[in-house]
Design a protein around this ligand. Structure first.
Ligand SMILES: O=C(O)CCC(=O)C(=O)O
Ligand SMILES: [Fe+2]
Length: 296
């Protein structure tokens, strides 16, 4: 990346840090939850106070507050009623949305390549100036009492195509693909990087080949459990006019550890036998490269 782009990114990051702190404090200080909840009429693009949702069968309530801001409102604020702290922060929020959306586009282009889709297939369904329900979400998780290991946010999959998460503290957990439903594992945030999560739209587009992982947030591990956890999410969604259905014509390559699993991919997903490689041998890498080079 050139130095100008680097500097740009650093400015946005600094602005964002101040913005998240200022916004969460001010929303907390000035709100009456019901007024703010009414401030934005589109469902999901609003303030949500602590405990508004039930997160498990025992009736436990969530332990976070959040504000969901529509991408379309960030670029067309005139007619949108929103708390002053957010309106005042548009000079930070607009570049953040542009940066996050360009990150989303980079990932979508990479996925086109991996799925053997024509270049631009996915990005053309996520053009930033088209109406779409991409969401910037500011989340605040107060520290929980020691030993409280309940989830703070309900276990869920994301409703969009790709989510980018800017987290400093741990607390985000996933069930890895091979795990059982109790095997939650922490996702460690890496300084300078964001966490990427595929959402339900990608499952639909790829007819279930890509996975939208179940995740939740619980008390951060170790000493971090004493800290308030802030998180900033950009939830990318396809344009409003896109029909949620599987793409035709993508070549899918897969690795499997047994003939039984290969048979499942062939029978259920119709993947050709020659596109399925053995995951127990490193030779699959050369086989795949050879296939990629010989494709039209
Ligand atoms: O706070 C986080 O790290 C995750 C938030 C999340 O999963 C969401 O907003 O969908
Ligand atoms: Fe999520």
């Amino acid at each position: 990346m050139d130095t100008r782009a680097e500097a740009n990114k650093r400015c946005v990051a600094r602005g964002l840090e101040q913005f998240v702190l200022r916004a969460t404090e001010s929303l907390q200080a000035n709100r009456t939850e019901s007024t703010l909840a009414r401030a934005i009429s589109i469902a999901g693009f609003r303030y949500k106070g602590i405990g508004e949702t039930i997160i498990d069968k025992d009736g436990n309530r969530d332990q976070l507050k959040l504000y969901g801001l529509a991408k379309d409102h960030i670029f067309e604020t005139e007619d949108v009623s929103m708390p002053a702290v957010l309106k005042e922060s548009m000079s930070t929020l607009r570049p953040f949305n542009e940066l996050a959306h360009s990150g989303l586009t980079t990932i979508l282009d990479r996925l086109d390549g991996l799925l053997d889709l024509p270049a631009g297939t996915l990005a053309n369904k996520h053009r930033i100036m088209e109406p779409m329900e991409c969401q910037t979400r500011i989340l605040k998780y107060p520290p929980q009492p020691t030993g409280d290991h309940r989830a703070s946010i309900v276990p869920h999959t994301d409703f969009g195509s790709v989510t980018l998460l800017l987290d400093k503290l741990g607390g985000l957990q996933v069930i890895p693909p091979k795990g059982d439903s109790t095997a939650w594992e922490y996702v460690r945030p890496v300084p300078g990087f964001c966490i990427m999560n595929l959402g339900d739209a990608m499952v639909k587009f790829t007819r279930g080949l890509l996975r939208s992982n179940l995740h939740r947030v619980t008390n951060p591990p170790g000493a971090q459990a004493q800290c308030t956890r802030f998180s900033l999410a950009y939830i990318g969604r396809p344009e409003d006019s896109i029909i949620m259905k599987g793409f035709d014509g993508a070549s899918i390559f897969a690795t499997v550890g047994s003939e039984e699993k290969a048979k499942h991919l062939i029978d259920v997903y119709g993947i050709p036998r020659e596109n399925i490689f053995n995951s127990r041998e490193t030779s699959f890498y050369d086989d795949l490269m050879e296939k990629q080079q010989t494709r039209e």
